[in-house]
Design a protein. Structure first.
Length: 571
């Protein structure tokens, strides 16, 4: 038997999985629910949710920033987009995307335009002007001389052995019949461009799996033999459209497509709809195929110090500055792999790129080493895998230093992160209903919540003590099993628990509500700051469960800076 006094003054690692309970070097918790870890290591009840608007259905949130003061929240639903500015609905547009397509919709913004890509939809451009927002199809630039499109062309693997016989067509000298040496065409080829005989051709009619009709701008001579050197537009209804997108060094970058998942296309410098590789001049377009031992699909592309390419099997980077066709230094740095089933937008935290791994249980931090030469992919949730249950969306709030990851079970896994102070604390947010999507704009974190059969837009607010002005939520933090002098305690008798509070109006410790001075409970009061104690009268606990729990369910502020436990134990 040994007496002890143990103080917990830092919970820097948040909720940790049970296999780490015996680690004496971790400031961890057995449970952290609806509470945040402060920069100093203490605990505080999370902010409530302030209501913004009811939504017509399931939605996804995306932010659009024209400048620091002109920022918009885009709410994408089933065939529609609602625009909010300063919490007010300002615009509404029709979109081509069904609600099931939103999971794979990726986007990139530059100044007053945002480009959306999806493997099954033609890219769209969202433009902001003084008159509002407009959505239109992305189109490749045209050459004035012959109106050919500056789009990328390539030869797909499934056409390597196919030859095309060109013959005249009754529609006129600009038309031809293309006969493939084996079945190739289908109705989705109508509208696709081909490159052969030094000309671009537009397929205008599907006849059979071996025959189509094509049109070219100008006359042509019928070749004497079948064509073997021909190329197909990289993007089309049949081949699919870009999977991912970003802007890098004033180039528009497309990463992967349905038919060529490992391709990277970069536009001409300053000409973002021109992907003509030309003769390889420094400012002309670039086409790259990632070569590796394993088949891989590009999940997303990220512009950072380098152009980062995240695939299903690893993380690549192109480090050239400037990036030109003749100097492409591309390298695979790590082999973690990203999640491909849905788009989980990578976040920038303290100069690193945060992404979710392919197994959906790792939250990785992709950052350069001290020499700035190689990337590492550090696991940010190594101690908290039990909280990862199918991520569906994520957003980082730099003002709060907090990462939000929406899970399939309707909870949010939160990471309070401050590397300078050693804070890397995971916890869980819960509400009445389910969280659906999350985004951060102007220091506010917005979320779509489904409750009571309705979808609602809300945001976390320090002045909100309830969720949606109506719903109370419970909060809880529990300590890990007691250890002393490197030993596991077998039996513990607790005499007293003392908590140091800050601006607290209501708190329970081990099931007992702590009495606070009446003047601290007045509506105009900020709450009580100081030490509070609960006498447990020699409560006996085994060494397996937590010996203390701070909790509550009242809409009142609560902050615990530290806890001190008095008692005795046996090993």
């Amino acid at each position: 038997m040994a007496n002890f006094i143990k103080t917990y003054n830092s919970f820097a690692h948040g909720a940790i999985a049970p296999e780490f309970y015996t680690r004496d070097d971790l400031g961890g918790l057995a449970c952290l629910e609806n509470m945040d870890v402060l920069s100093g290591g203490g605990l505080t009840r999370r902010n409530g949710l302030a209501p913004v608007a009811e939504l017509p259905g399931p939605s996804r949130l995306i932010t659009f920033s024209v400048n620091d003061t002109d920022e918009y929240l885009l709410v994408l639903g089933n065939g529609n987009m609602i625009v909010f500015h300063n919490g007010q609905r300002t615009d509404s547009l029709a979109t081509p995307w069904t609600v099931s397509a939103l999971d794979k919709l990726q986007y990139a913004q530059r100044f007053g335009t945002m480009i959306f890509v999806h493997p099954d939809y033609t890219p769209r451009i969202l433009s902001h002007t003084d008159s509002g927002f407009a959505l239109r199809e992305f189109d490749f630039s045209r050459n004035d001389a012959d109106m050919t499109a500056n789009m990328p062309f390539m030869r797909f693997d499934d056409t390597d052995d196919i030859k095309i016989t060109v013959s005249s067509h009754t529609a006129g000298n600009n038309y031809a019949t293309f006969t493939a040496s084996s079945a190739l065409w289908n109705s989705n080829y109508v509208g696709t461009r081909l490159m052969l005989m030094g000309k671009q051709w537009l397929i205008t009619e599907y006849i059979t799996p071996t025959q189509v009709v094509a049109y070219t701008n100008g006359t042509y001579n019928i070749p004497s033999s079948p064509i073997t050197q021909w190329y197909e537009a990289a993007f089309s209804k049949h081949r699919g459209w870009p999977i991912s997108i970003t802007f890098h060094q004033d180039r528009l970058v497309f990463g992967g497509s349905r038919s060529h998942p490992s391709g990277v296309w970069l536009s001409r410098v300053g000409m973002h709809n021109n992907f003509n590789v030309g003769t390889g001049l420094d400012d002309e377009a670039i086409f790259i195929t990632l070569l590796a031992h394993q088949r891989q699909q590009i999940c997303t592309v990220v512009s950072s110090d380098n152009l980062q390419i995240l695939t299903t099997t690893g993380e690549w980077a192109i480090s050239n500055k400037p990036l030109t066709p003749s100097s492409v230094d591309i390298k695979q740095h790590t082999t973690v792999g990203s999640y491909a089933t849905r788009y989980l937008p990578p976040q920038k935290i303290e100069g690193a790129t945060i992404f979710i791994s392919g197994n959906c249980r790792d939250i990785r931090e992709l950052s350069l080493d001290e020499l700035g030469e190689n990337y590492n992919a550090t696991d940010l949730c190594a101690f908290s895998k039990h909280l990862m249950c199918g991520p569906v969306d994520m957003s980082y709030n730099p003002d709060a230093r907090r990462l939000f990851i929406v899970m399939t079970d309707g909870t949010i896994a939160t990471l309070n992160y401050n590397s300078a102070l050693g804070i890397s604390a995971w916890g869980t947010y819960k509400t009445v209903g389910n969280f659906i999507s999350v985004a951060t704009l102007s220091g506010k974190t917005y979320t779509v919540v489904y409750r009571d059969g309705e979808y609602k837009l809300e945001y976390f607010s320090s002045s909100a003590l309830r969720d949606g002005d109506t719903y109370d939520f419970a909060y809880r933090a529990s300590g890990i099993p007691f250890r002393a002098s490197g030993h596991n305690a077998g039996r513990i008798r607790i005499r007293k628990i003392t908590a140091r509070t800050l601006n607290t109006k209501s708190v329970f410790i081990n099931g007992t509500r702590i009495a606070l001075p009446n003047e601290c409970l007045a509506p105009e009061s900020a709450g009580f700051s100081g030490d509070i104690s609960v006498n447990t009268l020699g409560t006996v606990r085994d060494g397996i469960g937590p010996i203390w729990t701070v909790h509550g369910n009242l809409p009142e502020p609560a902050t615990i800076l530290s806890l001190t436990i008095h008692g005795w134990y046996t090993v």
